[in-house]
Design a protein around this ligand. Structure first.
Ligand SMILES: Cc1cc2nc3c(=O)[nH]c(=O)nc-3n(C[C@H](O)[C@H](O)[C@H](O)COP(=O)(O)OP(=O)(O)OC[C@H]3O[C@@H](n4cnc5c(N)ncnc54)[C@H](O)[C@@H]3O)c2cc1C
Length: 400
């Protein structure tokens, strides 16, 4: 018997991406061409992204070269390129499986930045930004939340926009704005002082009066910087207004789509949890046997797989609704709340299954465990999304 540590086993580094993580073969519903495209994108994520992210997460640093790589492989153009909703959703899931911080940036980029320009931008705005956005040669940030208004932003939004001749003048504060420390522009939602409607504006970050300060000491999504923004008499030309975003319903369409994207993120995060616990339980030995042989270890593995499968199945049906033009806010809110709650449960089980190693970022599990907390909260908290569903099915609004 040797007492020399064998702690190289299980080895450090990412767990292999297991086919079983999609246990009911949701990806087989794609056309053969899309299955092949998904495989190529998954390979890029598995080989070129997932092995490198833990280091940047620990350092609290954004890996710009990895974003460039994602741009080269089409991740900046998910919403502008043709493809079924199921394909796009599974790409989002694979991104989250590799890393939730980068998946956050890419999801916001496609759903809320490119999405806003496609949904509400003029032809000139689209021509100016979309070609560079597609390759991540330009980055935009979505600036809705404020220091004093998170869940109640629709009614509470305080940032103002005042029309002065051919210009708008913006004043106010934004909080939590993802990627804003290096973004080229912000999409700012501000209340028009004339008609009190919430409108969308493109604000280049090099304009006088725009200040972004990184929020320090985050315990989740440490790769993507979030910022506090100050807008101090920021002047933008009238043509920077998003003409299709003249009231809050434009923001609501974007939020509906982005809540659906977070559902895919939660499914992908759980695929990663399954990869990690399966790898660990089959390679770590205790009591002279692999952990995987113990009944009390198999049960949580089955529970995690059940949670992943339920999330993927729910998202696949949501993709069908979306494809048919039938996606409503309450559908998106239901998947957002349900899948992130399942992801939280899966992350808790996975963290426990790795014992002490479950709190380490470089074993992936500690990082995923922390990151899942953020997706449970952003794009509308669990509670707020539950209230949206509750309002839709009971007819009674719990919001004042
Ligand atoms: C990592 C991260 C990234 C983000 N990125 C962005 C971004 O890029 N752009 C952007 O605009 N915003 C972003 N956000 C902001 C995010 O959308 C808000 O954090 C979220 O909407 C919740 O707002 P809040 O944090 O102010 O919480 P609060 O609204 O203060 O809520 C606190 C608690 O009260 C509960 N609560 C509130 N109202 C009710 C109610 N009526 N009934 C029951 N419970 C209630 C909430 O569910 C929560 O548990 C990000 C947030 C995080 C954490």
């Amino acid at each position: 018997m040797t007492c020399a540590p064998t702690e190289a086993s299980p080895e450090l580094g990412p767990a292999p991406a297991l086919e079983d993580a999609d246990y009911f073969h949701v990806s087989n519903m794609l056309s053969p061409e899309e299955q092949q495209r998904l495989k190529v994108m998954r390979d890029v994520l598995t080989q070129e992204i997932r092995p490198h992210v833990a280091e940047f997460w620990t350092k609290d640093e954004f890996p710009h070269h990895l974003l460039k790589k994602l741009g080269q492989h089409g991740f900046g153009a998910i919403e502008t390129e043709p493809g079924s909703r199921l394909f796009k959703g599974l790409v989002y899931a694979e991104l989250a499986r590799a890393d939730l911080s980068l998946s956050t940036l890419v999801g916001i980029h496609n759903e809320l930045i490119v999405g806003a320009l496609l949904e509400a931008g003029s032809a000139e705005q689209q021509d100016r930004w979309i070609p560079r956005l597609k390759t991540f040669d330009a980055v935009g940030s979505f600036a809705l939340t404020e220091p004093d208004h998170g869940s109640d932003i629709a009614k509470g939004l305080c940032t103002t926009a005042t029309k002065e001749g051919d210009e708008w003048v913006l004043n106010g504060f934004k909080r939590w704005i993802g990627g804003a420390t290096f973004a080229d522009f912000l999409i700012v939602f501000a209340r028009d002082t004339a008609d009190h409607e919430v409108k969308g504006f493109i604000v280049e970050t090099d304009r006088p009066g725009v200040h972004a300060r990184k929020i320090e000491h985050k315990m989740a999504l440490r790769i993507i910087p979030n910022a506090d923004i100050t807008l101090e008499n920021v002047r933008i030309p009238a043509e920077n207004a998003l003409t299709g975003a003249a009231n809050f319903s434009a923001a609501n369409i974007l939020l509906r789509n982005s809540r659906a994207w977070v559902g895919w993120e939660a499914a992908g995060a759980q695929m990663a949890i399954y990869d990690v616990v399966h790898h660990y339980a089959t390679s770590r030995h205790q009591f002279g046997r692999p952990l995987a042989e113990f009944q009390l270890v198999q049960q949580p593995i089955a529970k995690i797989l059940g949670n992943v499968t339920a999330s993927l199945a729910m998202m696949a049906q949501l993709a069908r609704l979306q494809e048919a033009g039938g996606l409503e806010m309450s559908h998106a809110a239901l998947v957002k709340a349900s899948t992130t709650a399942l992801a939280r449960e899966s992350a808790q089980l996975g963290r426990g299954l790795l014992g002490g190693n479950g709190i380490l970022a470089d074993r992936e599990m500690g990082k995923i465990f922390a990151d899942v907390e953020a997706i449970y909260t952003y794009e509308g908290t669990y509670e707020v999304n539950s209230l949206i569903v509750g309002r839709a099915v009971t007819g009674a609004s719990a919001f004042i």
